[in-house]
Design a binder for this molecule. Structure first.
Ligand SMILES: [Zn+2]
Length: 113
């Protein structure tokens, strides 16, 4: 199913552009994520270190990573087509930073459980 990279609306096969945003549709979630972070450097090899439905949690974690010197981004991935309207937020880092990021976050994650 193609999705709009901006508003995350889902279209039926055969559509090529979002009627609201005039943007070319993409058909993979990863492509959406890349498209919603234009001009930023993590690229498609970025690795998620946290997946959450709370944007605030994602922002906090991203801030902690950046404070620790790790470049991080929050990618929002719209989950549509299941009647849920849920948004999932992923905190992404470069693949080579993933180990360090997980170590940095380990204490926090354990504290929350
Ligand atoms: Zn759109």
């Amino acid at each position: 199913m193609p999705f709009c990279p901006s508003c995350h609306a889902e279209y039926r096969d055969g559509f090529t552009a979002c009627s609201d945003c005039n943007l070319e549709l993409v058909d993979k979630l990863q492509e959406i994520a890349a498209a919603t972070a234009p001009g930023q450097g993590l690229g498609l090899s970025a690795t998620p270190v946290l997946t959450t439905q709370k944007m605030m949690e994602a922002d906090i974690v991203r801030g902690m990573l950046e404070a620790g010197g790790i470049e991080a981004e929050t990618w929002s991935v719209g989950v549509t087509g299941y009647g849920s309207g849920l948004e999932t937020y992923r905190v992404m880092v470069r693949a080579q930073d993933a180990g360090e990021a997980e170590a940095l976050l380990k204490d926090v994650v354990e504290e929350g459980t």
